[in-house]
Design a protein around this ligand. Structure first.
Ligand SMILES: C[S@@+](CC[C@H](N)C(=O)[O-])C[C@H]1O[C@@H](n2cnc3c(N)ncnc32)[C@H](O)[C@@H]1O
Length: 239
């Protein structure tokens, strides 16, 4: 557990401009508050062992799981992607303060792709409570699409695992449909704590536990097959 007296958590607005979730190419003029693009990353300047990451935490928020994972697995490099810069600054402050050489967070929007991650280099991807578009009528704005799965499929090693959690039954159903249509992953049934098996909980999971809000956790294991071209996730009927 991170000492919040030593590392006071910044006040962060829950609702940011929805334009933040649009890919850069869909903006006429990129506002100053839009996260910078990432072409490539020199991992030797990021992690103490100079190696690239093998675990991604997409939408890592306040980094509760990222930090717990890094502490539990000091030999594993974990890379967090988060669109809210204040949270990224806070996480990286904790990482520096606790001298965690195997963790790093970057201010970036995942909707712009992860070309800077090497093919078949990742063992685990966390995509936990991330989507700012819980309503079905907004499903076209969600990051979780066939293209998103293609992108994950490319960077994940055969048998690597995508971890999914959501407190929105319609998001759970939608993600299941996108995964089924993609064909490159095997989705699990809902998992309990033991089957989930990750060290610590995410901040959102703790919030749900406190408020008795039910949530679903699943894994999607990557198949070792060529899944391109993917079918169009927008073709699903989501009534
Ligand atoms: C509800 S929070 C969950 C955070 C964390 N995964 C947890 O479970 O505690 C969702 C996080 O995903 C981030 N997020 C949403 N869309 C994103 C995007 N396109 N790129 C990067 N981060 C994103 C949000 O800023 C937010 O911090």
């Amino acid at each position: 557990m991170i000492d919040s007296k030593k590392y006071p958590i910044p006040r962060v607005r829950h609702h940011v401009s929805s334009l933040l979730y649009l890919p850069a190419h869909q903006h006429k003029h990129l506002p100053a508050w839009y996260p910078p693009d990432i072409d490539r990353i020199d991992w030797s300047t990021v992690f103490a062992n100079g190696a690239p990451p093998t675990v991604l935490d997409i939408g890592c928020g306040r980094g509760g799981l990222l930090l717990a994972y890094a502490m539990a697995h000091p030999e594993v490099n974990i890379f967090g992607i988060e669109v809210r810069d204040q949270l990224v600054d806070w996480i990286n402050g904790v990482i520096r303060g606790e001298q965690l050489g195997n963790a790093h967070a970057r201010w970036y929007s995942v909707v712009n792709g992860i070309d800077f991650i090497a093919t078949e280099s990742i063992d685990r991807v966390f995509y936990l409570f991330p989507d700012p578009w819980p309503k079905n009528k907004h499903h076209k704005r969600r990051a979780f699409t066939a293209d998103f799965l293609n992108m994950l499929h490319r960077v994940m090693r055969p048998d690597a695992v995508l971890y999914l959690a959501t407190d929105r039954p319609d998001v759970d159903e939608y993600q299941g449909q996108v995964i089924a249509a993609h064909g490159g992953f095997v989705l699990s049934d809902p998992l309990d704590d033991e089957a989930w098996g990750l060290p610590g909980t995410t901040d959102q999971q703790r919030f749900c536990d406190r408020k008795n809000i039910p949530y679903v956790r699943r894994t999607a294991r990557r198949f070792n097959v060529d899944t391109t071209p993917a079918r169009d996730a927008d073709a699903f009927s989501l009534s």
